[in-house]
Design a protein around this ligand. Sequence first.
Ligand code: URA
Length: 240
Amino acid sequence: MRLDKFLANAGIGTRSEVKTEIKKKHITVNDCIIHDPGTAVSDKDVVCYKGIPVGAKKPQYFMMNKPSGCVSATQDEGRTVLDYLKPEDRRDVFPVGRLDKDTEGLLLLTDDGMFAHNLMSPRKHVDKTYYFDGEGILEPHAVKQMAEGIDIGDEKLTKPATLSIISEDIATRKVSGTLTISEGRYHQVKRMLAKTGVTVVYLKRISIGDVRLDETLAKGQYRSLTEEELHLLSKGRSNK
Ligand code: URA
């Protein structure tokens, strides 16, 4: 394909605008400045505009309100969270961390491996808050126990977590609240609450770091993260 057509197709400008950019020596093909708008290029060539590869895909960042009944994975025999994405949004995208099949709520999806790593690495201690409904009677010192870390049968105690009780009815043995944890161990919230007397019957993640689930998203819906949300999720994470 002609270079000017390639650049116009990639959204750099109209055919005549890209010719001007070529004249200004803003376009290189395989590191060589190109002067002829009719130069033939193929998808094997690296075409750059002002040093930035043209046609290189921008990274994608989505938040989804995960419904229950689907798996946080890219492949599974059953339904995965990727099945809720439009085909054009699916390429190379994967869920950032995991929610159980029956857990709902905030799930981030991206094709940016470093972004995912910085959020999920146990060493980064990003807070994740879950709303829960449970059955049982919370132990009297549950809040303190969560804050101090509890033994859920792993090698180490859990890191300090914040339990807030929203409602508790001893007669019906129903309790609801939020639990904020900074790790991502297997079934962690369910196991921590089980250790303090409560069986989780409903679980929904409502925030990651300073970013809350957009409650206008229906279950299974998703949208791109805003610049501000991206900033909130990226700030201070790279060198922690
Ligand atoms: N903790 C759980 O028990 N389940 C989840 O899906 C997430 C955290």
